[in-house]
Design a protein. Structure first.
Length: 166
C-alpha cells in the first residue's frame, strides 16, 4: 500500500490515512490535550507525510514513521497552543450511567493533569508506549532516540505518574 502511494496512487494514500487516522489523532490529542488542535495537527501530519512520502524507506513500520511526523507536528503546534485545559471528548461510551461517566471523566482529567506534569520527553514516551501500545523500538524510532533512552524515559515517566497520582 505504501509503495503504491509512493508511486502517486492517491487512493492508496487515502487508504493509509483511513487506516491510521484514529491512532495518529490519539497521539496528537494526548500530546496537545485539545480536540481542535489535535484534529488540526492530524491533518497537518498527513499533509506533511504525503509531501515527504518519498523519504519513507521501510526502515520502520509506516505507523511508526507517521507517529514521528505527528509528534513533530504536535511539538510545533504545542509551542503555538492557546492556554486552557480541555475536557476529554473521548469519554462518551455507548450507554454509560451518569455516575460512571462522571467517575471516568474525573479519572481521565486526573490522568491528563498528571501527564501534563511530566517532562515532555517522559510524557510522550509513556503516551506512545502505554497508551498507544507501540514497542520500545517503535517509540525510539518515533522520538529519534536510542531504544534505551526511550525505555528510560517511559520508566521514569511511569514512576513520576505514580507519585503524581497517589
Amino acid at each position: 500500500m505504501v509503495a503504491q502511494a509512493q508511486d502517486g496512487d492517491r487512493k492508496a494514500f487515502s487508504e493509509l490515512v483511513r487506516r491510521h487516522q484514529t491512532a495518529i489523532y490519539r497521539v496528537c490529542f494526548r500530546i496537545l490535550c485539545d480536540a481542535e488542535d489535535a484534529a488540526d495537527a492530524t491533518q497537518e501530519a498527513f499533509m506533511r507525510a504525503y509531501d515527504k512520502l518519498s523519504t519513507f524507506h521501510n526502515q520502520s513500520a509506516f505507523r511508526t514513521w507517521m507517529t514521528r511526523v505527528a509528534v513533530n507536528v504536535s511539538l510545533n503546534a504545542r509551542s503555538h497552543q492557546r492556554d486552557g485545559v480541555p475536557l476529554d471528548d473521548m469519554l462518551v461510551a455507548a450507554d454509560p450511567s451518569v455516575e460512571d461517566t462522571v467517575v471516568r471523566a474525573e479519572a481521565v482529567q486526573q490522568l491528563h493533569g498528571a501527564l501534563q506534569g511530566l517532562p515532555f520527553n517522559h510524557r510522550v514516551a509513556v503516551i506512545l508506549r502505554d497508551l498507544e501500545g507501540l514497542s520500545y523500538r517503535e517509540v525510539a524510532q518515533a522520538l529519534g532516540v536510542p531504544e534505551g533512552t526511550a525505555k528510560g524515559w517511559a520508566h521514569r515517566g511511569r514512576a513520576q505518574l505514580k507519585e503524581l497520582l497517589t
